[in-house]
Design a protein around this ligand. Sequence first.
Ligand code: ATP
Ligand code: MG
Length: 410
Amino acid sequence: MTGFAAIAGDVNAGPSPAGEITGQGRVAVTRLTLTDFRNYAQARLNLDARSVVLAGANGAGKTNILEAVSFLAPGRGLRRAKLGEVTRTDAGTEAAPAGRSWAVAAEVDGPDGPVSLGTGLDPEPGTVRDRRVVRVDGQTEKAQAVLAEHIAVVWLTPQMDGLFIDGPGARRRFLDRLVYAADPAHAGRVSAYEQAMRERARLLSDHGPGADAAWLDALEATMAEKGMAVAWARRDMVGRLAAFIEAGAGPFPGAVLGLAGGPEAWLDDMPSLAAEEHLRNRLAQERGADAQDGRTRTGPHRTDLEVRHAAKKREAALCSTGEQKALLIALVLAHARMRAVERGACPVLLLDEVAAHLDQDRRIALFDLIDGLNAQAWMTGTDPELFAGMRDRAQFFQVADGAVSAPETS
Ligand SMILES: Nc1ncnc2c1ncn2[C@@H]1O[C@H](COP(=O)(O)OP(=O)(O)OP(=O)(O)O)[C@@H](O)[C@H]1O
Ligand SMILES: [Mg+2]
């Protein structure tokens, strides 16, 4: 145990993994209403703070409900969908009829007490791009980021099974999501950086390295400022998470995290301002080369999250399928535990089809860990029997053809 404290102390003076999970109570969704959301015309779940089990056949609408919960946090939701795709379409049609737009409303027991959250596709026509509206206690808010004051949501989906084998982009996005579950401003930094990068690339492709120098200077200054802020926040997250992830939890293995390929490592050797200056100089020097091959060779858009299985001392991509899945669960649980200790409130966990891949012992261990975190977890599966170990600790729903009901026996 002493090792823990020492590591936590080195990385960050913040809370250690041995810290108590105290806090008011559990952050939980206590009512969820969907309107014209994917295959639901209208659905309502009345809930208490316990975890939620959704059982039903393939295609019934289980993941759609998790996606609806994911829209209670800022961002694009767990499918990274275009907003317009989410609106319910009629059978045999590809687009929703004019005038129909999706909405999700929820009552949430947040860290500061109960709050009503509402979000959906802006029904006002005339905007060029689809816009997501956000309401908190009935007041329309300008920025989605305010949602993060009331709820954080983290998810694991079957699409993430290949995370350690896929390209670095998916791992980078996974890390960025962990960062902005704790620091909502991170999303804005990432998109400001990417927007400046795209504009610089367009300028270089249209006019070559001799393009308007003042314009390029300004874009590169933005990229350097936002980019190093992104890098700093990622490095800080990985540093804080290290102490929580290194030992693992129950049957879920420990991991060692690292960042490679981007400018995060510069921050080991120089202060932030110097690193910002360094990135700006690099971008200026590389205009010619970047123009030539139509890419941006340096910056935080190149960063990869490296994950190693601590006990096996092996990189995650070389671990077995089951080990990779267990590592991913371990990462999400470690992050949840870190947030619970830091903030006294655990994110809501969306675990899509996670139970089916675990043997009985691991499944029970997962349920126990979720309870220990004081988390509301939403879990799906085709067979409710998978969740027998959760019988008294969760509320069960049956999902069929776009309707949700509490089963007669649970
Ligand atoms: N915009 C939409 N309008 C109407 N239906 C939609 C829309 N988008 C998706 N669907 C449908 O919703 C249905 C349920 O999808 P969902 O992914 O929630 O199923 P699931 O219960 O998670 O199934 P599985 O067990 O296979 O993962 C699918 O048949 C899908 O085609
Ligand atoms: Mg599904």
